[in-house]
Design a protein around this ligand. Structure first.
Ligand code: GCO
Length: 255
């Protein structure tokens, strides 16, 4: 049974993994046996994250590049090609948040959120899948969505549109790549204790809303997403495609 969830011999790229959910998923996949490539836009924070996980004896390396810049993504994949690094598992986690009412939202801010949270998933998956298909060995793509992939919250319109797009992009990936033995799925985290959510966690009324709105009556922890990520990255999910699994304490399941 443990072999079903064993990632030994596989290489995973986790975008936006210098901190938060991405860092937890990178650590989790490495602990499950994968060689993990960490990513972020800043070389110093990526190097620090790699150092922290390497100190635990995990097989990790890092590459800093901007996932919204296709030329930078191509350069990264070409460097891995040259080094014999084959990405078998892609976790599209990179994302930002920008909270402002739609009527006040500048187009530049809208575009930045869409580019980082949605377009980057297309760009990186396109170049990963091309190689998975060419190798004929299949692969795994796990896109990180959100509660807002399913339900909207006021003042995070660009984020909601992007995360809704993540759900449907995941299905589009399945439509085209399942025949190449690539399973593309998504995870929809609930409200998780991360730096991105710090302003919300520290806001007493928002904190109370999160706790009263989900049956688990608490925020989730980044490490509580690891099991689902390992499952969707492993042979255990070989016939699962186009799905989004909400890890939200039951939030979306109850009135
Ligand atoms: C917000 C939060 C959310 C959560 C998460 C919920 O401002 O509402 O940042 O976006 O982070 O996405 O699933």
């Amino acid at each position: 049974m443990t072999q079903l969830f064993d990632l030994t011999g596989r290489t995973a790229l986790v975008t936006g993994s210098a901190r938060g959910i991405g860092f937890a998923l990178a650590e989790g996949l490495a602990t499950a046996g994968a060689r993990v490539v960490l990513n972020g836009t800043r070389a110093d924070t990526v190097a620090d994250a790699v150092e922290r996980l390497a100190a635990k004896g995990l097989d990790v390396q890092g590459r800093a590049f901007d996932v919204t810049d296709e030329a930078a993504v191509v350069a990264a994949f070409e460097a891995w090609d040259a080094a014999g690094v084959q990405i078998d598992i892609l976790i599209n986690n990179a994302g930002i948040q920008f909270r402002k009412p739609l009527v006040e939202l500048e187009l530049t801010d809208w575009q930045r959120v869409i580019d980082t949270n949605l377009t980057s998933a297309f760009i990186v998956a396109k170049h990963a899948a091309k190689r998975m298909i060419a190798r004929g060995t299949g692969g795994k793509i796990v896109n990180i969505g959100s509660l807002t992939s399913e339900a909207a919250r006021a003042t995070v319109g660009a984020y909601t549109a992007a995360k809704g797009g993540i759900k449907m992009l995941t299905r589009a990936m399945s439509a085209e790549w399942a025949s190449s033995n690539i399973q593309a799925n998504a995870i929809g985290p609930g409200y998780i204790l991360t730096d991105m959510n710090k302003p919300l966690i520290e806001n007493a009324s928002f904190d109370a809303w999160v706790k009263s709105s989900n049956p688990s009556q608490r925020w989730g922890k980044p490490e509580e997403l690891v099991g689902t990520a390992v499952y969707l990255s492993s042979p255990a999910s070989s016939y699962v495609n186009g799905q989004i699994i909400f890890v939200d304490g039951g939030w979306l399941a109850v009135l």
